[in-house]
Design a protein around this ligand. Sequence first.
Ligand SMILES: [Zn+2]
Length: 183
Amino acid sequence: MKGKIFLFGLFLLMLPMFLAYQKNEQKVKIVDKKVGWGFKKASNRSIDAIIIHSTFNASGTDSFSVEGVLEQFKSYGVSSHYLIDREGTVFRLVDEKNIAHHAGASSLPDGRVNVNSTSIGIEIITTLYTSPTEQQYNSAAALVKDIKRRRAIKYIKGHNEIAPGRKTDPWNFNWDKFNLLTQ
Ligand SMILES: [Zn+2]
C-alpha cells in the first residue's frame, strides 16, 4: 500500500513537469520585428490557408541576411506575416489579423482568389541552390502546428501551387519531411 501511495505521489509530482515539457515542445519562439509596409490593417478576417514561400537577399554578399531581405520587401512594398532565418529564428513582421501582401495574383484549390485576405504567409530564407536548414524545417513546422491549433486551417500550400507558372518558391522544399513534422 505504501508503495502504491508513493508511486501515486510520484506521479502527481511529475505530471506538471510532463505537461510543461509537452507544452514547451510545441511552443514556438517568435521574435517581433514588425514592418511598416506591405500590409493592410484588418480586424476579424477569416483565415484558413497558410502559404509557404522562400526568399533570399539578392543584393550584397550575404544571401541569407534578414536585413537585406527586409530591404527588398520594403522596395517592393511586400511583406509576410513570418520570416524564418537560417538559424530557425521566427520573426513576426505583420500581425496575423492584418493582411500581408505575400501571395500576389493567385488562387486556392477551391478557386478563391485574393489569397492574401484569407491566408498567413511564411517566408523561409533560402536560395535557388540551397535547401532550408534543419532548424528552419523545425521552426516552420512548430509555427504551422501552433497556427493550426489556433485556427481552422484548410490549406497549407507552396506559393508555386497557388500561382503556377508565375512563382517557383518554396525552392528545394521537402514537403514529405515537412508534412511529417507538422502532423
Ligand atoms: Zn513566394
